[in-house]
Design a protein around this ligand. Structure first.
Ligand code: NAP
Length: 378
């Protein structure tokens, strides 16, 4: 059964464990926690025992003021920390590396505010089968939006979920022009400030492909009921269409503070979490279909999700390896998704499901190695 969102609750002081705290998302979480009066219990980082100067700066005065109990190192630390008395584990690690933290939080019975979509996608049933109804609250802005819009009607009344995509920095570009894209160009996202992996994924549209699978797993709708539309302004953060023809949208300026605040306080809203739209100024919102020819990543993600089993983990693992190579300057932009497609097609689809974390990590490692092998062959 896919996890359901909690039905009720009260806004109160929440003790939160933040993984990936030094990242863009993690930093925004810590600021949002301070603003809402919640308590960041611990920050979990990958390296070092103390946050470096750049991180101190990003996390503001909180660390200086000693308002954080501790900053600890090592993604495995979360496995122990999740067992501490906390209310919410916010998983803000990037990539497949977030899987252990997701599983540890679920096993410890914590509410999992999930920014790290990759762990859900690669784990699939391994993650969803461990989650109690309401235990996973999405922090991805699109999925937080879908959760909000789904409050407007019964599940049986939903016709489809519509994920919005900014289209990234190369919206409207033909495939030939994408060949020569540089890492610097790919990292210049028009509307969101994010880490290098998710920013590159937004440029290739792999991020939207991952989000289609994420919506399918989180809300339990078939893949054919999850659509994507390009909305360059990133004001409408997704929509739900109901059977009577009504479409419910959530709109706000692009700012992660609203989904983060909801991740901490769901189902309650946090007063003034972020500025609302300014309705006194003329504005235009546009919507356009996705160009699947130039950006095949979404269709490929659907194919991986349809194959099921460990295919989504292969899609993600191959992509993470290719993005690292692209950012290092060793492969072209278009080679990322081309290679992912090849690795997904080579994956042994007779493997119907991964039952342990070791299974998933083994497939992830195979996908990375195979992607690197293919890109080295030329
Ligand atoms: N940024 C956004 O606005 C946004 C919005 C929606 C969803 N998300 C999702 O949130 C996640 C984080 O995104 P981000 O933009 O914050 O990325 P980011 O700035 O690159 O931060 C990534 C964080 O993950 C940690 N990390 C990376 N590899 C790790 C590993 N192997 N083990 C342990 N920790 C590791 C890093 O720790 P160190 O500091 O120790 O290296 C860093 O704190 C992604 O899944 C992304 O898709 C982000």
């Amino acid at each position: 059964m896919p996890p359901e969102l909690p039905a009720g609750g009260e806004a109160s002081r929440v003790r939160v464990l933040v993984t990936g705290a030094a990242g863009y998302l993690g930093g925004a979480v810590v600021s949002a926690l301070a603003g809402a009066g919640h308590e960041p219990l611990a920050l979990v980082r990958r390296v070092g025992t103390a946050p470096p100067a750049a991180v101190q700066e990003r996390l503001g005065d909180l660390l200086d003021a000693g308002s954080l109990d501790r900053a600890v190192a090592g993604v495995d630390a979360v496995c122990h920390l999740a067992g501490l008395e906390c209310d919410v584990v916010l998983n803000g690690v990037t990539g497949a590396a977030g899987l252990r933290a997701t599983l540890a939080a679920l096993d410890a019975g914590r509410t999992l505010a999930l920014a790290n979509k990759e762990s859900l996608i690669i784990g699939g049933p391994l993650v969803t089968s461990r989650a109690k109804p309401g235990q996973i609250v999405p922090v991805d802005s699109e999925h937080s939006t879908l959760a909000q819009c789904l409050r407007a009607g019964a599940t049986s009344e939903v016709k489809r979920l519509i994920l919005t995509a900014s289209g990234g920095p190369f919206r409207g570009w033909p495939r030939e022009r994408l060949e020569s894209v540089t890492p610097e160009q790919a990292l210049a996202h028009p509307t969101w400030k994010m880490g290098p992996l998710v920013t590159t994924n937004s440029a290739t549209l792999v991020n939207k492909g991952l989000e289609v699978i994420e919506a399918h797993l989180l809300f339990g709708f078939g893949l054919d009921k999850v659509d994507v539309v390009v909305h360059p302004q990133s004001i409408v953060h997704s929509m739900v269409e109901f059977y009577d023809g009504a479409t419910v949208v959530m709109a706000s300026p692009p700012d992660m503070r609203i989904p983060i605040a909801l991740g901490m306080a769901w189902p309650d809203r946090v007063p003034e979490a972020a500025p609302a739209c300014d309705w006194t100024t003329a504005a235009t919102w546009t919507f356009e279909p996705l160009d699947d020819g130039a950006f095949p990543a979404v269709a490929l993600a659907r194919e991986a999700a349809r194959l099921g089993g460990t295919a989504p983990a292969v899609y993600n693992g191959a992509n993470e390896a290719c993005v690292a190579d692209f950012l290092a300057g060793s492969i072209s932009f278009t080679r990322i998704v081309d290679t992912v497609a090849r690795v997904v097609s080579e994956h042994d689809t007779s493997r119907t499901g991964a039952t342990t974390i070791e299974d998933v990590l083994a497939v992830d490692a195979w996908a990375r190695a195979r992607a690197r092998e293919l890109t080295r062959i030329g």
